[in-house]
Write a protein that binds this ligand. Structure first.
Ligand code: ZN
Ligand code: ZN
Length: 360
């Protein structure tokens, strides 16, 4: 069904041009533009003429280092555009399809991005975690409760990866995704992607950016810290992952902050200080881990509502909940806490497989 659920309403002021105080223009690497980019001749020519630039933001002010739930009560349905839209419709569309867990397709200005591909079917052992984050059991199989949408992934222009954990980049994805799609990922995940056969890697360390031409302007993909735990030693053990701030530039700028597997830390506060207000926030929820701030591996409702407030997110679409057995907290916990705290953001909880417009 093509529908989403709008849960709460409120407004926090209109958009403004997002500042880019840290643009240094230093070219780190250049790759050829994807032949899969715009199809209409003028836009395609413009896209092909512009190189894909990886721009260092190292000179920027560093970040201050430092079970399947039922739909929430009281939600209303809002229709989205039809799935399987024509190429013409796709060219002007701005929409999102959540495909379960951390996996989503983002479509805007003619670009289609796939996030954290987890493509295997439902079953009691969708993947095996070396150590279960909540129980500590070693080599723990984790269930997937729902099948991925039947609709094919379609054309992909960019794959975006937060980190190389099995619940974010599974065996089916490694095997079946086309290997020549530009692939943006953390440096620590590059070896695994290369071993799986992917050939067009753009590893981005924290505070590095790649810029991709679009029909309407360009898309900046900035890697930002994703801290998998509050405990520094545990965070290091779990590996260095990325979140991404995506900024579409052109006549109608738009910003998305996709957190990756991160708890609410000072680096996330730094993202807020630099980029708020965010048009759309895609937090990875689920409260994976154990109770207590040090035990969390992804945000719980309390952290996510606090972060959303700081980010002044206009819209929130929670992901990384419901689909898999290691998620501990239903998405309703976030929805309810947001209501209790009077979070002035629109929260949307699309069904997996449903397309919804990128909200403004
Ligand atoms: Zn992870
Ligand atoms: Zn995860």
């Amino acid at each position: 069904m093509n529908q989403s659920m709008r849960v709460s309403s409120g407004s926090i002021g209109r958009t403004e041009e997002l500042p880019d105080p840290c643009f240094t223009g230093a070219v780190l690497g250049v790759g050829e533009r994807s032949a899969r980019l715009p199809r209409t001749p003028p836009a395609r020519a413009a896209a092909l003429a512009a190189p894909l630039l990886a721009l260092s933001l190292a000179a920027c002010a560093p970040a201050n280092r430092v079970d399947a739930s039922a739909p929430p009560a009281g939600v209303s349905a809002a229709a989205g555009p039809a799935a399987g839209a024509s190429a013409a419709a796709e060219a002007t569309s701005a929409r999102l399809q959540w495909r379960g867990g951390p996996t989503a397709i983002l479509e805007r200005d003619g670009l289609r991005l796939l996030t954290d591909p987890v493509l295997g079917p439902r079953g009691p052992a969708a993947f095996v975690l070396p150590k279960h984050p909540s129980t500590g059991v070693e080599n723990a199989p984790v269930a997937r409760y729902t099948d991925p949408p039947a609709e094919p992934l379609g054309r992909l222009d960019v794959i975006l990866l937060s980190h190389n954990h099995a619940d974010h980049f599974d065996a089916v994805a490694k095997e079946t995704l086309p290997k020549d799609v530009p692939f943006v990922l953390p440096p620590d995940a590059a070896e695994a992607a290369r071993a799986a056969g992917f050939t067009r890697l753009t590893p981005l360390d924290w505070d590095s950016e790649t810029v991709i031409p679009t029909r309407a302007g360009r898309l900046r993909i900035l890697a930002v810290p994703a801290n998998h735990a509050h405990d520094a030693a545990l965070d290091a053990t779990l590996g260095k992952g990325n979140g991404y701030v995506l900024r579409w530039e052109g006549e109608t700028p738009y910003s998305i902050y996709w957190t990756g597997d991160s708890v609410f830390t000072d680096p996330m506060r730094a993202v807020a200080a630099r980029f708020a207000p965010i048009d759309l926030w895609l937090p990875h929820l689920g409260a994976v881990g154990v109770d207590g701030a040090r035990g969390l591996r992804t945000m719980d409702a309390e952290e996510a509502v606090a972060a959303a407030a700081l980010l002044r997110a206009r819209h929130v679409i929670p992901i990384h909940h419901t689909t898999f057995g290691h998620y501990r907290e239903p998405v309703t916990a976030f929805v309810q806490r947001a209501a209790t705290k009077r979070l002035p953001a629109h929260i949307h909880v699309p069904a997996d497989g449903a397309w919804m417009p990128l909200p403004r």
